[in-house]
Ligand binder design. Structure first.
Ligand SMILES: [Zn+2]
Length: 448
């Protein structure tokens, strides 16, 4: 289990860390709310995308790719246009087409995934189907409110939509909840409680009240099956917090960063948002939806030979790349866990005579898929300070005696000075911990 460097320190601002560690940047010519991920930041994002994909595949989700554009008519049909047009970028008119044929940047990925389902006829025997995509969606945030990675105009979301029969809803909700809890555990992000968001009397909520009640009951069953108490979590029911298309389970963090708390409301499966009635920040979500299948006429062929309406479940597991990167940077004060860290081991030769041995060690690490770099210029003290300042996961010092005996002197950001470790063992320890996305387990030092 990863743990932050120092629980007592207040969280660092991810915008400062992003600048100081060369993770991401903005440019007025590109536009506000449109961060550029620099190479080191892209390492973090690629690792998060890989985690999202690994969890989704292990959970029986299949990958899909869908366009970021869609006709305005698609979002009129889904209901997004009526609810969220002011949060969307204006439609693009290419010629003299009818308004419904104008293209818009999607405010949510759900309608496209509904169309993936609709592209084929389905039998009750092939359900559930789970479609996963690391999918970009868009918000027309005003330039005054965009900030760092937490208020952006393009949100890259780990987004899954499940299509199942009504009798599969509780099992699918349980599976989604387990995946979300697993993802947060791997990330080392605490979850404070699970919120069951229910409707209030809002006439804006769509659909049949009896189905809403059934859906809420299925979510309660899922919570019971997962045994949240074993995670130290309880379920808090929150009337009035449901999405416009159905009730949902949200993994909540109470003391999200104050800035994160300013996020706008959820739009169709997006994970972010603290509303006036909610407490804390939502970091993952499981949302039932009886409305989209109705609007898009999404059906399956039942055992009775007739068509039945499918149930849609929106799942957010890792979350949006932007929000989770910001939260992780602040939680770890920029010192990212091994599997996420842009530099897993910095190798520091003490003198020029051992440069070649050090370079060979770096090559051996890189050949195993690890992120290692040689730093040979300047005084050793300055290079150690630079490695710490860059928040490298670990550094290894190689002097003349180490060159001869096959070892390095290791310092690990989380575990401190680890003494002399054989270079072959360092490669194996790093490789195993990286593959398992866990902290390093070094051999005991002589003092231990
Ligand atoms: Zn969705």
């Amino acid at each position: 289990m990863n743990s932050p460097v120092n629980e007592a320190h207040p969280p660092h601002d991810h915008r400062d860390l992003g600048r100081d560690l060369d993770l991401f940047a903005g440019d007025p010519l590109v536009g506000s709310g449109l961060p550029l991920w620099l190479p080191a930041g892209s390492v973090i994002r690629d690792e998060l995308e890989r985690l999202a994909r690994d969890i989704a595949r292990a959970d029986g989700c299949v990958g899909v790719h869908t366009p970021v554009l869609g006709k305005r008519a698609l979002f009129e049909k889904s209901g997004h246009w009526a609810k969220f047009a002011t949060d969307m970028f204006p439609p693009m008119a290419l010629g003299d087409e009818a308004p419904g044929d104008q293209l818009v940047l999607r405010p949510a990925n759900c309608p496209h995934h509904a169309m993936v389902y609709a592209a084929r006829q389905h039998s009750y025997r092939e359900l559930p189907l789970r479609f996963n995509e690391l999918a970009p969606m868009f918000r027309a945030e005003r330039s005054g409110v965009v900030s760092g990675l937490t208020r952006v105009r393009q949100i890259n979301l780990d987004d899954t939509h499940v299509f199942c029969r009504p009798d599969q809803v509780a099992d699918e909700a349980e599976r989604a909840l387990r995946s979300a809890l697993h993802a947060q555990r791997v990330l080392g992000m605490p979850v404070d409680y699970v919120r069951l968001s229910l409707p209030d009397a809002d006439p804006g909520q769509l659909g049949d009240p009896a189905r809403w009640a059934e859906a809420a009951e299925a979510l309660r069953q899922a919570c019971a099956a997962v045994d949240l108490a074993s995670y130290g979590l309880e379920v808090v029911e929150a009337p009035g917090e449901a999405a416009f298309y159905g009730p949902k389970l949200d993994l909540q963090v109470i003391d999200g960063n104050a800035r994160l708390a300013g996020s706008p409301r959820s739009i169709g499966g997006a994970e972010r948002g603290r509303t006036s009635r909610g407490v804390g920040e939502t970091i993952a979500t499981v949302q039932l939806d009886f409305v989209q299948p109705q609007r898009f006429d999404l059906v399956y062929d039942g055992p009775d030979g007739s068509e039945h309406q499918v149930v849609m479940i929106h799942r957010g597991t890792v979350g949006s790349m932007e929000r989770v990167t910001a939260a992780l940077l602040e939680r770890y004060a920029g010192r990212m866990p091994l599997w996420l860290n842009p530099i897993q081991l910095r190798v520091l030769p003490v003198s020029e005579t051992v440069d070649d041995v050090a370079r060979g060690f770096v090559d051996a690490l890189v050949a195993r898929g690890l992120r290692a770099e040689l730093d040979a210029s300047g005084s050793l003290g300055a290079r150690i300070r630079a490695s710490r300042a860059r928040r490298d996961y670990a550094f290894a010092v190689l002097g003349e005696s180490e060159a001869v005996d096959g070892s390095v002197q290791v310092n690990d950001v989380f575990a401190g000075y680890r003494g002399s470790v054989q270079r072959g063992a360092v490669v194996d320890i790093l490789t195993d911990a990286y593959a398992a996305r866990c902290a390093l387990s070094w051999p005991p030092t002589p003092a231990e």
